[in-house]
Ligand binder design. Structure first.
Ligand code: GLU
Length: 303
């Protein structure tokens, strides 16, 4: 199937709706991004790449970074990672504190903020420099130099009261090993990374090729770990709307409040859509529609 006309058509179909949704404003540096952007990029398992719209424009990857920190942590820690983090959908907003209290500081899954902060803590412990390691992983996977956006990181640090509360809460349960400030410094930096749809579609390609690096073929994670990451994306990757995503799209996805969504069709392709306007669940409004159109037009879905 020629996928280029499919991507072009998705962008053309959604063009009249550009600007729909609400750009995240609780992180001040994100509030100034124009909502009238839409990009989509796709990479097949064989390495063919397609792109349309604003696919080359870097954006703040935010929670999409949780996919890659989880990958690093699974690589370093294997199954011991799961001693402090669950694998169930939370059914609560991504930054909720309530469940942590009744569940003794053990976050439901690695994709809600508490879970990602717990993963960040483990990486701070096991890496010489967690910051350098995440940039090295993203740069290697995408074949381009990836950097933090220091302005976004500083903006998150100055407004991240909930994340600060979550980290302190877990620390009070003895579930973080490192200083809260050190863990959050890494967490805010991982969220600040700027990447384009093209770079992210490529960076996620190991998830559609049994864990193998898209450019070198080396193992990024094992086949079993890749399968597990995809399972977590499907069940927990899109905030409180994972059921709706499975129902309407049927692909493992990870979204971020910057408006990016990475999606994977195991053994076949990885793709990334970006549009900054969010729906009430925090997922990109047009990004979700673009994925729905993609699946409807190609029939490519895990179901
Ligand atoms: N940095 C954001 C936060 O911690 C990430 C949120 C997201 O993309 O889900 O609130």
């Amino acid at each position: 199937m020629d996928l280029q006309p499919v991507l072009d058509d998705i962008v053309a179909t959604l063009e009249p709706q550009l600007g729909a949704g609400k750009v995240a404003s609780y992180i001040p540096a994100l509030a100034s991004v124009s909502p009238r952007r839409l990009g989509i990029a796709l990479r097949t398992r064989e390495g063919a790449e397609y792109r349309a719209g604003d696919a080359n424009t870097p954006f703040s990857i935010q929670s999409v970074s949780k996919l890659f920190t989880l990958t690093l942590a699974m690589r370093h820690l294997g199954d011991t990672l799961w001693e402090r983090i669950g694998r169930e959908p939370s059914g609560n907003p991504f930054n909720s504190l309530v469940q942590l209290e009744s569940e003794q500081g053990v976050p439901r899954n690695p994709f809600i903020n508490a879970g990602a902060i717990a993963v960040a803590d483990r990486l701070v412990s096991c890496c010489d420099s967690a910051r350098a390691d995440i940039l090295a992983l993203l740069s290697s996977l995408s074949g381009e130099t990836i950097v933090f956006d220091e302005e976004v990181a500083a903006s998150e640090a100055s407004s991240g009261f909930r994340n600060i509360a979550l980290a302190n809460f877990m620390k009070s349960f003895g579930k973080l090993d490192n200083d809260v400030a050190q863990v959050l410094d890494f967490y805010f930096h991982q969220c600040s990374v700027a990447m384009s749809c093209v770079q992210l579609a490529r960076a996620a390609a190991y998830l559609c090729s049994d864990g193998r690096h898209p450019l070198t073929g080396e193992a990024v994670v094992t086949e079993r770990q890749a399968r597990r990451i995809n399972a977590l994306m499907l069940t927990c990757g899109t905030y409180d709307a994972a059921g709706e995503f499975a129902f309407r799209i049927g692909l493992p996805c990870k979204s971020g409040v910057g408006g990016g969504i990475v999606a994977v069709l195991p053994d076949t392709l990885s793709l990334c859509v970006w549009s900054p306007g969010l729906d009430e669940t925090g997922n990109s409004l047009l990004g979700m529609k673009a994925l729905e159109l993609f699946v409807a037009r190609t029939g490519l879905s895990v179901f």
